[in-house]
Design a protein. Structure first.
Ligand code: ATP
Length: 376
């Protein structure tokens, strides 16, 4: 048992696996969430996020592995005995009950005494801005208000762990952004351990302390948003995170070092990087009047404060995106030169895995060198 004053809500998964008949939904999932942290399960549709969340909740039994809450093995415990609250994408509100009844439903079921129920209700309703709406039915509420009711229901349970499955996906973009901030603030204020499922990388990056990126039922990368952004472990992680995501360029041997396919005379990485994939973040690419990688604009997308330039490199085999400040109305076919950052991200094209970083000196030297290629 944890000490009475110990912070509650530590989650640990050890080699969790799950199969549905012939379908393997999860394999070898090991991860840990610290008490009071916001962990996001991120990944494309079908990668196993919801199944993993249901395993943590106890709604689905794992086929392999063990699950610990505050150091206690809860793998075999039913959902109600785990001390976990859950908010679903659908909110799962009872349409025939009013807001108040919906919020305290779980407390009633657990026979929490009436005065305590009233006190917890008042506090949760105040916190979520629902005090004026307690007599309304869910059908008389906006999507955002329904979402708040679902959250209030989780808050009154006073469970140290809260699980959420795409809770904002039914909301419009503006409300979603507001709710993200509210949710994060609420989670921090209450010191909840949150496990939050989304396929939206921007949501994950803006809310999480820890992102667990999933693919085909396994963990592709587990780290802080900053770590995953700065050092993606695989090409999948590189191209899932970031808007637009990292460009991946094939490197070939050139006279001055490894060069992007289609622009052999412009070394961008040390010779030993030939054959690898070079990852470049769009915001690190700078159009230049000086020496740089020859490219042609294929389209320009104006986003307000910045423009995304989609470019073909050299003779056109490889595609690179640049995110540049301001408005750049460039016609398709416009030639330009691009200054790239030092070759910081190299990947094995066969496995998709990150390669050891190039030696710092070697990476920096040739990056903007113009070894005499044709100027566009
Ligand atoms: P989405 O974002 O689309 O909800 P997800 O990442 O949450 O996807 P899961 O719903 O966990 O993915 O599904 C993972 C895999 O397990 C999928 O191949 C899915 O078809 C399968 N699966 C999930 N639940 C069941 C079930 N009850 N029976 C059979 N297969 C299932």
């Amino acid at each position: 048992m944890p000490a009475p004053d110990a912070k509650r809500g530590a989650i640990r998964l050890d080699q969790i696996g799950k199969t549905f008949g012939e379908t393997r939904a999860l394999s070898g999932i090991s991860l840990a969430a610290a008490p009071g942290s916001f962990l996001v399960l991120l990944g494309p549709s079908g990668c196993g996020k919801s199944t993993l969340l249901r395993v943590i909740a106890g709604l689905e039994a794992p086929t392999e592995g063990r699950l610990f809450l505050d150091g206690r093995d809860v793998t075999a415990l039913p959902p109600a005995a785990r001390g976990i609250a859950m908010v679903f994408q659908s909110y799962a509100l009872f349409p025939h009950l009013n807001v108040e009844e919906n919020i305290v439903f779980g407390l009633k079921a657990r026979h929490v005494p009436r005065p305590e129920r009233a006190e917890r209700l008042a506090r949760a309703a105040e916190m979520m801005g629902l005090t004026q709406l307690l007599r309304r039915r869910p059908g008389q509420l906006s999507g955002g208000q329904q979402q708040r009711v679902a959250l209030a229901r989780a808050v009154v349970s006073q469970a140290p762990v809260c699980l959420m499955d795409e809770p904002l996906s039914n909301l419009d973009a503006k409300l979603r952004a507001e709710m993200r901030r509210e949710l994060r603030a609420l989670q921090q204020r209450l010191g909840l351990t949150m496990v939050y499922v989304t396929h939206d990388q921007a949501e994950a990056m803006s809310m999480a302390d820890q992102v667990v990126l999933m693919r085909d039922g396994h963990v592709e990368q587990d780290g802080t948003p900053a770590e995953i952004y700065a050092r993606p472990a695989t090409t999948f992680a590189a191209s899932f995170i970031g808007t637009p995501p990292m460009s991946l360029l094939r490197l070939t041997a050139g006279p001055g070092g490894a060069a992007v396919l289609g622009a052999p005379d412009h070394a961008v990485a040390p010779p030993e990087a030939a054959g690898a994939l070079l990852g470049i973040r769009p915001e690190e690419v700078v159009p230049t009047d000086g020496p740089g990688l020859p490219a042609r604009v294929t389209s320009a997308e104006f986003l307000g404060g910045e423009t995304i330039l989609n470019c073909h490199i050299g003779s056109g085999e490889e595609v690179l995106q640049a995110r540049v400040p301001g408005h750049h109305a460039m016609a398709a076919g416009t030639p330009l030169r691009l200054r790239l950052p030092p070759a910081a991200h190299l990947f094995d094209p066969a496995t998709g895995r990150r390669l050891p970083d190039p030696a710092p000196g070697a990476a920096r030297a040739p990056i903007t060198a113009d070894t005499g290629g044709e100027h566009p």
